[in-house]
Design a protein around this ligand. Structure first.
Ligand code: AMP
Length: 135
């Protein structure tokens, strides 16, 4: 499956590469939340995390840790967000598995979303039971 990210891996579209090994590629996001915001992607295509091979996930998450450590040190960030948008409804725009590694600063002004809570304890039990049944 060809996406803009396969073209970046192939060198057909320029990027600011920060890391590459046999299985993984990482480069700066062109529209960063904060400077140093990077994307870590497996070379092996999958649409997202849910359809990726386990081996691919091991390779990519290990690179995410390495890249996150480097970004934290290089930018002097106070914290790091690792974000993986899965599906259009969750904000995914490029359908090639990628992890956002975002350096965060105590004063950068971004806020996390606010939780909705549950309407009742029963609602919480019911959804937990449905998930357990699938697992
Ligand atoms: P997502 O919404 O999780 O699919 O994120 C896709 C990300 O890819 C966005 O943050 C974009 O800014 C980034 N992006 C898209 N095209 C490029 C590109 N050519 N070079 C670097 N980053 C890109």
């Amino acid at each position: 499956m060809q996406t803009i990210f396969s073209k970046i891996i192939a060198g057909e579209i320029p990027c600011e590469k920060i890391y590459e090994d046999e299985n993984v590629f990482a480069f700066l996001d062109s529209n960063p939340v904060n400077p140093g915001h990077a994307l870590v992607i497996p070379k092996q295509w999958s649409e997202g995390l849910l359809d990726a091979k386990e081996e691919t996930l091991h390779q990519v998450i290990s690179a995410v840790q390495k890249v996150a450590q480097a970004i934290k040190q290089a930018t002097g960030a106070d914290g790091i967000n690792i974000i993986q948008n899965g599906g259009e409804a969750a904000g995914q725009k490029v359908f090639h598995l990628h992890f956002h590694v975002i350096p965060r600063f105590s004063d950068d002004g971004f806020q996390h979303w606010h939780g909705k809570g549950y309407t009742s304890p029963e609602q919480r039990k019911e959804i937990a039971e449905k998930i357990r049944q699938v697992l």
